[in-house]
Design a protein around this ligand. Structure first.
Ligand SMILES: [Zn+2]
Length: 258
């Protein structure tokens, strides 16, 4: 759930089309989401979101290739039927994160009802609603929580921030088996290479190994939050003093790029 940057002013043209307006009006009349064609679900919107989300799920950061990809409604369309085509309500996530989230949308304050907002205003209503409702689930387009995310040595994710913890446990199940396995696999691959360099007393090789890992640690990388956490908490993941010393030295040299 790393922060991504969406241009809220640059609404995909199709979301302002006449048939979206008609579907919006029908939903309003019925006070329910009744659009059987799911008109928010179109390739142009999906492609735009994929770019914004670096081709990763907005919650678990899994690469979207081979994934069941969903255009996800931050505020569920069943309850917030007037926000079904709102650009700021359409997020990008994998099916495994979206399914448990489903219709959940816990708020700390009120829960807004439709207040006759016109179709022209729907794409940025979320900002006003966020202040009024104070939602529990993290919105990757608005919340920067990278430094609130914690991993243990077994690649299990948690947080002291109650909203992040709610998102992990109650909304998206970010400690599900396959996902934790993928993260641990990523770390074990690094560890294997690092240990091999130590075994061969190849400190230059070890340094370049860590440099490569740092280079690969960008917001575009799969599981960036986990990679970032490893680099920030080297002593938790590597007990060997030599490894710790070398890794910390290389990180120090490359601190700007992490
Ligand atoms: Zn996901």
């Amino acid at each position: 759930m790393i922060r991504v940057y969406k241009n809220f002013e640059k609404v995909p043209t199709i979301l302002n089309s006449d048939n979206r307006k008609e579907a919006f009006d029908k939903n309003i009349q019925s006070k329910d989401y009744i659009d059987k064609s799911n008109l928010y679900k179109v390739t142009s919107v999906q492609n735009e979101l994929a770019k914004i989300y670096h081709f990763k799920c907005g919650y678990c950061e899994k690469d979207i290739k081979d994934e069941d990809i969903h255009i996800e409604h931050y505020r569920p369309k069943s309850r917030y039927y007037w926000l079904a085509y709102s650009w700021d309500n359409l997020l990008f996530s994998c099916g495994q994160c979206n399914r448990p989230k489903g219709k959940k949308f816990l708020t700390k304050k009120c829960s807004n009802l439709y207040a006759k907002e016109p179709f022209d205003d729907i794409h940025t209503l979320g900002f006003k609603y966020d202040k009024e409702e104070s939602p529990m689930i993290i919105n990757p387009e608005k919340d920067d929580v990278l430094d609130d995310i914690v991993f243990d040595k077994n690649a299990k994710i948690s947080s002291h921030n109650e909203r992040v913890q709610y998102t992990i446990d109650k909304a998206c199940n970010l400690n599900r088996n396959g996902l934790v396995e993928n993260r641990i696999k990523l770390f074990n691959a690094l560890k294997r290479r690092v240990v091999k360099h130590i075994y061969n007393k190849d400190i230059i090789g070890l340094e370049s190994e860590i440099e490569n890992f740092i280079e690969e640690c960008t917001i575009k990388s799969e599981y960036y939050a986990f990679r970032y956490f490893i680099l920030k908490h080297v002593t938790l993941f590597f007990e060997n003093r030599t490894i710790q010393k070398v890794v910390l030295k290389v990180i120090d040299k490359n601190i700007q790029t992490i």
